[in-house]
Ligand binder design. Structure first.
Ligand code: ATP
Length: 517
């Protein structure tokens, strides 16, 4: 399936099956703001649980907090967001569309990379087993040419970003003949900086002093509470503070569904370490976070690391974990070594000490910080886009199409569907008994309308891993049919064995154990 098609299909499927709706849709929606429906809310909750448990429950030295969205405005001066939380924007005069200048360049670079990948793929097919990739990329003229283009572009781009040289960023766009994807022209405006923070007013007096911001990241709520948590929790370095919560950014380009939203949710963890030990913890968290992702089984080849072209003002190392979304490889999570920047800045701006007394070293210092930061919504999109499948299946001698979401069972919104074959003959009663037992453990759905085939289709479309059918044989031998979503295999299972089987296969803890085994 072509990638744009896949994205469109996921968007309409999400709406049709109660995962994601455009916000305030009856008023034609609000750009880059979305609501999660009945199935979306469950999937999102499960993703958050998978993260929270892996961080807070399974690391003895990490605790979780829930800080407010509004913070004292000085927070954002100290963190650098008032001065430097900007994106470079550029407009195309013909289409009147606005773009992030850095993203236009990154996408151009990715296109050249794709040309290299295609050449490699072609050669691999041609030479078969004897193909030597390294030798090919080092000697093939076309590949060498493309690689040179990337290297030259990179060098200019990184320099321009580091110097915040907006004219040069524009010039790179012109020199590389990057066109507007809508108008196809190179009629670009100047590049301008745009601050992404939303502001509003607090209290009833409307003067300058009352302006506050909606937090653009959850991290600062952790930093300002560093000593509160450390002291009340008697935490010893190294230790972490985790948080899940909403963040807000007035994004310039608000396309690509829930990938780039103006109101979104983050799962962030700040890990406080001794100065000088940050690199070893950076490597630990880099590996650990990738393991967490791959553990879901969405496909190991769908992930890659991407080192930042430009380090943020606070970082001494930073890497993104990128996922192969329908729009290509893009960031789903960032791991940043933030040095002692944030705590030192808060110390300076608040006049309060942000130091830790290390009993082993017998001295006080401002800790260094490794941050892991992942967007819940982007994570949601990784799950949805890899789960969506259209399949041809044989049923009752006919070929049918089904759309199935192969969501990892522990994350699936509904775990079990309970389906009496017919309403009469006491089948509904047995089905309800099964439901009344199972519903205390997992989310179940009871359905007795329509043919069994149609009911299976509906459950496949929302990713329910198990369907339990109660039929006339159930009356005789107390067995039910258990249908597996992915293979569509059906087996007879004793009612008394059902709960243990379903719980074992959908249990979040079993999924989590695999990360730490
Ligand atoms: P990008 O370069 O794509 O704008 P970023 O580098 O600004 O992302 P961070 O500031 O590192 O992102 O934020 C951490 C995480 O928060 C990201 O990896 C992403 O998953 C999520 N995130 C950031 N901005 C958005 C957004 N507008 N919508 C949804 N998720 C977001």
């Amino acid at each position: 399936m072509a990638n744009e098609d896949l994205l469109k299909k996921i968007i309409s499927h999400s709406k049709e099956y109660g995962f994601i709706f455009p916000s305030s849709e009856i008023y034609d929606g609000l750009s880059a703001v979305y609501d999660y429906g009945q199935n979306g809310a469950e999937l999102k909750k499960n993703i958050k649980e998978y993260w929270w448990k892996s961080m807070v429950q399974l690391h003895e030295n990490i605790v979780g907090i829930d800080a407010a969205i509004f913070m004292h405005p000085k927070t954002w001066e100290a963190s650098g967001h008032v001065g430097a939380f900007n994106d470079p924007l550029i407009d195309n005069r013909d289409s009147k569309k606005r773009y992030r200048a850095d993203v236009l360049i990154e996408e151009h670079r990715e296109k050249i990379q794709q040309k290299i990948d295609k050449e490699v793929e072609k050669a691999q097919k041609k030479f078969g087993e004897s193909f030597d990739r390294l030798q090919f990329v080092a000697t093939n003229d076309r590949v060498i040419g493309y690689q040179q283009q990337i290297d030259t572009l990179n060098e200019r781009f990184v320099k321009a970003l580091n110097e915040t040289n907006l004219e040069e960023i524009r010039q790179i766009i012109i020199d590389n003949e990057i066109v507007c994807p809508v108008s196809g022209t190179k009629n670009w405006t100047e590049v301008r900086q745009f601050n992404l923070m939303f502001d509003t007013k607090i209290g009833s007096v409307s003067d300058e002093a009352n302006i506050i911001y909606l937090r653009p990241e959850t991290a600062q709520g952790i930093f300002v509470n560093f000593l509160n948590v450390q002291k009340t929790g008697r935490m010893k370095i190294p230790f972490g503070i985790a948080q899940i919560g909403k963040a807000f950014r007035n994004e310039i380009v608000a396309r690509q569904f829930i990938f780039r939203m103006r109101e979104f949710e983050q799962m962030e963890m700040q890990f406080f370490v001794r100065p000088g030990e940050e690199m070893q913890w950076y490597e630990y968290w880099k590996a650990m976070r990738l393991k967490w992702h791959k553990n879901l089984g969405l496909g190991d080849d769908k992930y890659r690391y991407h080192n930042h072209d430009k380090l943020a003002h606070y970082a001494n190392a930073a890497v993104d974990i990128e996922f192969d979304f329908p729009m290509g490889f893009k960031e789903v999570e960032g791991i940043h070594s933030r040095t002692d920047f944030d705590l030192s800045q808060h110390q300076k701006f608040s006049g309060k000490k942000m130091q830790y007394f290390d009993p082993e070293l017998n001295k006080s210092y401002v800790p260094y910080v490794i941050e892991t930061s992942i967007g819940v919504d982007r994570m949601f999109m990784t799950v949805l886009s890899s789960a969506y499948k259209e399949e041809k299946i044989e049923e009752d001698g006919r070929t049918e199409e089904r759309v199935v979401l192969n969501i990892p069972p522990a994350l699936a919104p509904v775990k079990v569907a309970i389906l009496p074959l017919v309403k009469k003959d006491g089948l509904s009663e047995i089905a309800k008994e099964i439901m009344d037992d199972l519903k205390f453990h997992v989310i179940c759905q009871y359905e007795e309308k329509d043919s069994i085939g149609k009911r299976y289709r509906r459950q496949d479309a929302i990713g329910t891993p198990f369907c339990v059918t109660i039929d006339h044989q159930t009356l005789e031998d107390k067995t039910v049919t258990l249908r597996y979503r992915d293979t569509m295999i059906q087996e007879r299972v004793k009612i008394e064995a059902l709960k243990a089987l379903v719980l074992e296969k959908t249990d979040m803890n079993n999924l989590l154990k695999k990360i730490f085994s």
